[in-house]
Design a protein around this ligand. Structure first.
Ligand code: G3I
Length: 324
């Protein structure tokens, strides 16, 4: 097989990529493999462009982490998905601590977006402008965060407008999880697209994080219908953080199911013109976020802890892309 990215580009998509970290790039074998454009034509910084990393104290900006990944992508000729400008998590305490009035927080948020987007202007295929703004209450309500609680839902279009002003060429995405098939949360994401559009503000895409569980991955048909619902609003979609976790140690049958789940998700994107590409949330179990968050779970990625391909999973992914 040529590779995940070579195959998906040959099939007309923009990229197959992966999130990565600055510290993992010190792992020479890792850095070599993540730079292999046959498999990875796009990179996303898992952490180094988040508010906590970029503006840890007010008006003090540290771009070196994001620069390391932006520079690697540029050197490799890989696209860059930039992540993420406004999120309730990984905020520095000077922001999450609140205490701002409406006008001041709008200024603080706008300043952060402007400075951050300007730093990587022209380098980001897309920005995840707002991340995870919808709650997990099951009713599609907005997630409480300092921005919603101070500014109201308008913080979302205001954030998109600031990003559009700073880099008119970047695709501007709303990014979330559990919106990959029909649900109140997916409906709420559709409504976010409509909300931003109702302000006459630019929104280009929806990031479907796709943090899935082996055996509970939505069917291809459900994922296709969901993607088409977003496309009907005039936005593109990307699978932005794909991993499919299972109980560890993984069993042979679980890995067989995992291969099928990766294939069905990739198949969904291949069936929808508006789906531009697929990004893994790292590519190797060695650096996956999953075990640290879900104890007893892991083995979520197509390469194992020793950076070796899980051949059955990888081959199923290539087959789903239509590669050989
Ligand atoms: O940088 C600090 C370091 O200074 C400190 O010594 C260390 C121990 O406390 O923590 C380090 O920060 C960690 C950070 O990753 C950078 O490695 C945080 O503890 C840790 O919580 C953080 O985890 C990240 C997580 O987002 C935070 O929610 C994961 O790496 C990252 O993969 C994950 O990514 C998110 C996406 O941004 C949004 N979608 C969900 C996805 C998974 O949670």
């Amino acid at each position: 097989a040529s590779g995940l990215n070579s195959a998906i580009v040959a099939a007309g998509k923009l990229y197959f990529g992966t999130a990565t970290e600055t510290f993992t790039l010190e792992d020479v074998e890792y850095a070599t493999q993540v730079s292999n454009t046959a498999d990875f034509g796009q990179l996303s910084p898992a952490n180094s462009m988040k508010w906590q990393s970029v503006q840890p104290t007010q008006d003090t900006f540290t771009f070196d982490g994001g620069d390391a990944i932006a520079d690697l992508a540029e050197a490799n000729g890989q696209l860059l998905r930039c992540h993420t400008l406004v999120w309730y998590n990984q905020l520095p305490t000077w922001v999450s601590g609140g205490g701002f009035d409406n006008a001041t927080l709008i200024e603080v948020m706008t300043n952060h977006i402007t400075a951050t987007v300007t730093q990587w202007k022209g380098k980001c295929y897309a920005w995840d402008v707002v991340n995870e703004a919808i709650s997990d209450n099951g009713d599609g309500s907005f997630r409480s965060n300092v921005f919603l609680d101070t500014i109201g839902e308008a913080y979302i279009p205001i954030a998109f407008a600031a990003a559009a002003a700073a880099d008119p060429d970047a695709k501007l995405y709303y990014n979330d999880y559990s919106i990959e098939s029909d649900s109140p949360k997916a409906t709420a994401a559709l409504n976010i697209v409509k909300l931003v559009q109702s302000y006459g503000v630019k929104i280009d895409g929806i990031g479907l994080q796709a943090h899935f569980i082996v055996g509970s991955t939505p069917s291809t048909e459900a994922q296709v219908a969901n993607m088409e619902a977003f496309a009907a609003l005039g936005v593109e979609v990307g699978i932005t953080e794909l991993d499919i976790r299972t109980d560890t140690p993984v069993t042979a049958s679980a890995q067989t199911q995992q291969a099928a789940d990766y294939a069905s998700t990739i198949d969904a994107c291949m069936q929808v013109d508006a789906c531009v590409g697929i990004t893994l949330w790292d590519w190797t179990d060695k650096y996956s976020w999953v075990p640290g968050t879900f104890s007893g779970e892991g083995s979520a990625l197509p390469w194992d802890e020793d950076l070796q391909k899980k051949e059955d999973v990888y081959d199923a992914m290539i087959a789903a892309i239509g590669g050989s």
